[in-house]
Design a protein around this ligand. Sequence first.
Ligand code: S3P
Ligand code: PEP
Length: 423
Amino acid sequence: MSANGIKLYHPTGILRGKVQLPASKSESNRALLIQALSQKKITLHNLSDANDTVLLQRLLHAPEKKINAEDAGTVMRFLTAYFSLTNQSKILTGTERMCQRPIGILVEALRELGAEINYLDKEGFPPLEILSFKPRFSGKAKVKLLGDVSSQYISALLLCAPALPAGLELELEGKIASRPYIEMTLALMREFGVKAAFAGKRIEVEKQNYAGGAFAVEADWSAASYWYSIAAFAKEAEILLLGLKGNSLQGDSRVAELMKRFGVKTTFLPEGALLTKTAEPEEKTAIDFSDIPDLAQTFAVLAATKNVELEMTGLESLRIKETDRIAALQTELTKFGVALTEIKPGAFLVKNASNFKGEGFESHPLSNSKNQIKTYHDHRMAMAFAPLALLQEIEIEDPEVVRKSYPKFWKELRKVGFVIAEV
Ligand SMILES: O=C(O)C1=C[C@@H](OP(=O)(O)O)[C@@H](O)[C@H](O)C1
Ligand SMILES: C=C(OP(=O)(O)O)C(=O)O
């Protein structure tokens, strides 16, 4: 699909079928980094087909000096640590947006460890020139860094830590954002025989070698969230998300419990997770997104158009993702008469002024002039708004954007009856 835009709708609102999810890009990218750092043979099964993963796999072993991480945050941050600490001289850049996403906290930590890194444009942002690594610590390296901007800096350092001459001790300062992603990193390290101690705000990793072995990447829970939203919007839904398991390394698996409040039930079957629409949403609820930032857009759009008053906290990191997700949501939700209002720093209230009760598609205030969704180079904008096609025909700009995490998204929508055409 290489259209400027697509229009989509669902003729019946009744959804039954089996759906394929992508494999987790977060797990895939950690596993790929561990594989590159291990001297033993590591076999990875079910790697994600997300562009973020395909890209990392290629760039880890690319002979070129100039490396382009495109719009992939984990790729940019993981490779910065990897090239620095394995002493590979590289120039690391990305899209225009990537060059506006901060990386100073990670670069500072790497410099303290002994990496020579220069900023090629703006201080604190890509592009970077990575020159050399001369360890500055004779014993265990100790670094303090802020934990409230991006957990990807912490994961990047942890993944490379076992290869440092005498291990690493990280002391996290401030709030720890996206904590489940740090836990996922440590779990993946453990999977390959590397132990770490995470107590309070201190994480310690001794010098160790990654063991060989095999690992199968789980299905992606962040991607699953759009299907939950689809189930909530449907008149009737029974959707089987193939391969999705309850006991997951991914923090975003919390979507299963949270979506009960929006009337979607999950039943774990041997084949995957069965989503069933059982009720209409609660009228008012609150969710803290500090641990689950990638779910924020899913819930904001769902609450907004289902007339749920939703208090969203822990949104501090949303302005430095693929786009300023707060601004993007505010602009697009206004089209539905919904305000996303800041009530204190990092906290927002979703409130629908149009009194729509979510009862049916004809009565929805979404009028033809308002049904064009802009996506701002952000895959999650496209996927979070797509379920609105169950209410009325909508247009989504730049459908290709989903390739970052879920290239087959539109194909899977078609399988359960969505009608999609290029515009
Ligand atoms: O480590 C990871 O795989 C990720 C961590 C999170 O980023 P932050 O730690 O920057 O919030 C998340 O938003 C991103 O999609 C993936
Ligand atoms: C924020 C995301 O990705 P990244 O930070 O890795 O670009 C995301 O996938 O929503």
